[in-house]
Design a protein around this ligand. Structure first.
Ligand code: BG6
Length: 471
């Protein structure tokens, strides 16, 4: 059944937050851009009728960019709604009825993981699971054991190729561009290793706090929320070997191979922070020990990466919202011109958000009699933001049964293995002020020879700009 188009789109948790923020806008894009015209069946327990559900869809679109009248009419016309308890067989009987002649539905579980088992059992018992696909959201479990258990539950009714675990970072154009740039330009491959790369940094900074997600976030924290998934996905794409052969799974096989070589992070190699004021956010415990910032140092135990420190950082209430990757190359073996230069002055910088940019940093001579240089950066590509929202891209792929932008079972389990030692209150928690780059202790993790490279906004406007004073 791989690659066969699904013939209905079902989503559980249809009156919830994720549906409002991501699913309706993604469906709008699919209807507008790709002629999507399958039945869309929302399932939830809200005591609603179809009309209220349509209103919710319209409100979501109004909130997130609007829709032209034609797209709106088509989308609202495709909506169906099933109201009921997920533990009640009648809910699934109703769903089967709404599915009509559909034989290969896609079921999106936009619900907490503790409801997965109830829902997939209901799908199976009612005949809705047969030939179906299932899409699940991150976080996939809360540790390795729970992820293994969830995989076991899904596999009872769905084969691995019918399970689509969403990590929206994989649907981001600039993340795919890291892969493309690496493997379409042969000059990078010879230097993409421990001989030339001195260190790697990945920073995911967000200026907002946890806003209205206090309860969810307090049980999750930065490591489970974005490091275990988004940042390790980016790291795998950045450090994987080139895929071998044309096999459909070749790419995901290599990603898993490198991730399995990432050493589980030692507790001494992280710094945890919490922004001042976090404990007063509604839903957050007054004594919360949850981290809203983490900096971590990792190593990959392969010949390619042995000894190269990899620094990951993620935080809320940072000075800017930006996700950026730096691959820092080392200096020449001796300073021919006797300069006192920081130990890395050439780099490849990949900005993932909010704008998209790839820059190649080098040193060139400053005009004049003396052999003195300066840092410059050549911008290889720059654009405002991506046209295709990640959820639209990913749901389109899932409907077509194309799985390579989704997290495979072995990858998710390898992700949990990497972060297993650092989950929970295993290291001191430092407070930091909103609008700063986290606790000062993070400096100790990276120093004394290196510095954190903080993303700056807005990017410089010229194609080759001087970065000497930028950071
Ligand atoms: C989500 C996290 O997965 O990613 C959020 O749960 C975070 O806490 C969000 O804000 C960031 O995504 P993006 O696409 O805005 O970088």
């Amino acid at each position: 059944m791989a690659e066969e188009q699904s013939d209905a789109f079902v989503f559980f948790g249809a009156t919830g937050d994720l549906a409002f923020k991501q699913i309706f806008p993604a469906l709008r894009g699919l209807v507008r851009d790709e002629g999507f015209d399958l039945p869309i069946i929302g399932v939830a327990k809200a005591g609603w009728q179809l009309e209220q559900f349509r209103t919710r869809a319209r409100d979501s679109l109004d909130h997130y960019g609007g829709a032209d009248p034609d797209t709106l009419r088509k989308l609202l016309g495709l909506l169906r709604y099933v109201d009921g308890d997920y533990a009640d067989p009648a809910t699934f009987a109703h769903l089967r009825q709404e599915l009509g002649a559909a034989q290969r539905p896609l079921h999106y579980l936009a619900i907490p993981p503790n409801l997965f088992a109830t829902v997939v059992e209901g799908l199976e018992a009612s005949g809705c699971a047969a030939n179906g696909r299932v899409v699940v959201e991150k976080p996939f479990g809360h540790d390795l054991a729970s992820a293994v258990e969830l995989n076991g539950i899904l596999h009872r009714y769905f084969p691995e190729e019918s399970i689509f675990r969403i990590d929206h970072y994989l649907g981001k154009e600039p993340v795919q561009n890291i892969l493309y740039t690496r493997f379409s330009n042969p000059m990078f491959e010879p230097i993409w290793n421990r001989t030339y790369v001195r260190s790697i940094q990945i920073t995911m900074a967000e200026s907002m706090g946890v806003s209205d997600r206090g309860r969810f976030y307090d049980g999750t924290g930065a490591i489970r929320d974005v490091v275990q998934n988004h940042l390790l996905q980016v790291l795998a794409i950045l450090t994987m070997d080139p895929p071998a052969g044309e096999h459909f799974e070749a790419m995901r096989d290599e990603k898993v191979r490198v991730l399995k070589a990432v050493r589980p992070v030692a507790t001494g190699n992280i710094v945890r922070g919490q922004y001042a004021g976090y404990r007063s956010v509604p839903g957050v415990s007054a004594h919360s020990a949850t981290e809203t910032f983490v900096a971590a140092k990792l190593y990959i135990d392969t010949w390619r990466w042995a000894g190269v420190p990899i620094y990951l950082r993620a935080g809320k209430k940072m000075p800017v919202t930006a996700t950026e990757v730096w691959v820092e190359f080392g200096r020449p073996p001796r300073e021919t011109f006797g300069e006192n230069v920081r130990s890395a002055s050439s780099h490849m910088r990949m900005r993932i958000s909010p704008d998209i940019e790839i820059g190649l940093g080098l040193r060139v001579k400053q005009p004049g009699e003396r052999m003195v240089g300066k840092d410059v950066e050549l911008i290889l590509t720059r654009s405002g933001s991506t046209d295709l929202p990640p959820y639209q891209r990913l749901l389109g792929d899932a409907l077509r049964g194309i799985g390579h932008l989704f997290a495979r079972e072995d990858f998710v389990e390898a992700q949990w293995r990497v972060v297993a030692p650092i989950l929970g209150a295993v290291a001191p928690l430092y407070s930091y002020d909103a609008g700063t780059w986290g606790p000062q202790e993070a400096g100790r993790l990276i120093g004394p020879d290196d510095v954190w490279l903080n993303p700056t906004l807005p990017p410089a406007a010229s194609p080759a700009h001087d970065t000497a004073n930028a950071r």
